[in-house]
Design a protein around this ligand. Structure first.
Ligand code: MAN
Length: 533
């Protein structure tokens, strides 16, 4: 209490001594001629009425108005001392006429440091502050004007982008409608061509069926001839090997031929001979033809120095065997031997060339015509089918592009289909908006996809401020790579920088006119702060 009274006495004294000066220092007059205590903004002027008691702005106390700016802190929120440094938490407002108003902590008032450009915060410190608001104001003004002009140019380009984007969307929609109409036609045409194809293929099938039968018969005939050739050859070999002509092949008979000396020790043992008789003592001719000769023949041929035992005689398919088998150890000549036995050659039935073979079919004129008609119908159908597929593909692509969000006014559409690059020391980065982002080592190596277009990813109040690309190439021992692109207003589309704040998580800074807002004309630079409570 004593303190309060003491302070009041001091205050009154000061008031008496320098009544007019203090009054002047307590108030300041603004351009709008509103009287308010020092350090109070225009917006708060009405809360400081000299004709009434003052209530702290937090409502915590009320006292005579003369306590305001009396250099003694009465309010917890410091609101009674806006123009002195008495309260640690007060705030001092400098008008900074000619530049921008500013609020500084009132603890800085008269601390010897010039905070306000109009020097208002140092009215008693003797800091010799000079009012620099005019110079600062005009520099800021110039900068604001420069920014405004840039933004205006960027915005003008953005308007062009909007036009282009809308135009592209419209023509895509028109093209889509036209394609859809064409698709209906193309479907009908394909159905018609399919019907025609079936109609042409049916008579062709019937005609070819006849030929197929002939072909099959020819094949059968050929096989039959081949089989009989093999049989004849086997039969002759048997007769030659069956030296005692008893109609059976015995072990001893085979032992006389060195060709069966499998281990080549100079003797054909019983076991070696029996091997060819399926481990029996003897073999009937029918068994020899069926299974014995195929086993023996390679040995016979080997003895003759022939490589390919299955090669048939071109003409007869027979093995011309020597009349005198005593001359052995020359073996019976198998097919493929150069010298031909004249007798056998005469005996051999010439194989008639098959009229129709699977590889060289000659069709009669009528069938040929049916095939050509069916081919034509098939080609027409294929063409109609291809056209429909092409249309469907184009429609799909258009719809995919149409479903992309190119911004509130289609302003980002012109960036689709373009790519932009940026190089740092190690990599060249590429951004193809609405498609993907990638990274290529500068000194060789393949491109790594950092992500594919996913969605807009800006904050709630500016969704179009950033783009997300995800599902990039898997990081070694880590996640799939991903990329965030931050967009800001600029004169041109340009990739400004790339960073990798976390391993395999990339960030790009990209400027584009599409991100420019409507430019606001700079004011005269002399602005008040709207410091609402
Ligand atoms: C490559 C690049 C880098 C990445 C590593 C992760 O070197 O894609 O950006 O950090 O792989 O292993």
């Amino acid at each position: 209490m004593f303190h309060k009274e003491f302070r009041a006495i001091i205050f009154q004294n000061v008031l008496i001594l320098c009544a007019s000066a203090v009054l002047w220092k307590q108030t300041t007059v603004t351009a709008t001629q509103v009287t308010r205590p020092r350090g109070v903004s225009l917006a708060r002027a009405s809360l400081y009425s000299p004709d009434a008691d003052f209530t702290c702005l937090d409502g915590s106390a009320t006292f005579p108005f003369r306590y305001v700016n009396d250099d003694y802190c009465d309010c917890q929120d410091g609101s009674d001392e806006p123009g002195t440094s008495a309260c640690p938490n007060g705030s001092f407002y400098c008008r900074n006429l000619g530049h921008e108003a500013m609020i500084v902590p009132s603890s800085r008032v008269n601390d010897g440091i010039c905070d306000c450009c109009d020097a208002a915060d140092e009215y008693q410190s003797g800091a010799n502050c000079v009012n620099t608001c005019k110079e600062l104001g005009s520099a800021a003004q110039e900068e604001a004007q420069r920014r405004y002009e840039l933004e205006s140019q960027g915005y003008a380009i953005k308007l062009e982008y909007i036009n282009k984007g809308r135009q592209a969307k419209l023509s895509q929609q028109e093209r889509n409608m036209a394609l859809k109409a064409e698709q209906v036609e193309a479907e009908a045409l394909r159905a018609e061509k399919e019907r025609e194809k079936h109609e042409a293929e049916e008579p062709e099938r019937q005609a070819l069926d006849k030929y197929r039968q002939i072909e099959q018969e020819a094949v059968k005939e050929k096989e039959e001839i081949e089989r009989s050739k093999q049989e004849t050859e086997a039969s002759k070999a048997f007769d030659w090997l069956d030296s005692n002509q008893d109609g059976k092949l015995q072990v001893e008979e085979l032992q006389t031929h060195v060709a069966f000396d499998q281990n080549q020790d100079g003797t054909v043992t019983v076991d070696e001979a029996k091997f060819f008789l399926h481990n029996e003592e003897e073999m009937e001719k029918s068994d020899f033809i069926a299974t014995g000769w195929p086993l023996i023949k390679p040995f016979v041929m080997k003895a003759q120095g022939l490589e390919n035992p299955s090669q048939p005689d071109q003409q007869t398919g027979e093995i011309p065997l020597p009349d005198d088998h005593q001359q052995d150890e020359s073996m019976p000549e198998t097919e493929g031997e150069e010298e031909e036995d004249e007798e056998h050659e005469e005996e051999a039935e010439p194989v008639k060339p098959s009229p129709v073979t699977p590889n060289s079919v000659e069709y009669d004129a009528e069938t040929q015509e049916l095939i050509e008609a069916a081919n034509k119908a098939r080609n027409s159908y294929d063409e109609a089918d291809r056209r429909l597929r092409d249309l469907e593909r184009e429609i799909r692509q258009l719809e995919e592009s149409n479903s992309k969000d190119y911004g509130p006014n289609e302003e980002y559409q012109p960036m689709d289909g373009q790519c932009y690059e940026y190089s740092d020391r190690e990599y060249t980065y590429k951004l193809c908006p609405f498609d993907n982002g990638s990274q290529r080592p500068k000194h060789g190596g393949s491109e790594t996809r950092l992500g594919s277009w996913d969605s807009w990813d800006g904050p709630a109040e500016n969704k179009y401020g950033a783009m997300k690309y995800d599902k990039g190439v898997q990081c070694w021992n880590g996640p799939q790579r991903s990329l965030k692109v931050h967009l800001s207003c600029g004169m041109e589309n340009q990739l400004l920088s790339v960073s990798e704040p976390n391993r395999c998580e990339y960030e790009m800074k990209f400027t584009t006119p599409a991100a420019c807002g409507e430019p606001k004309k700079p004011d005269d630079g002399d602005s008040e702060i709207h410091d609402e409570l």
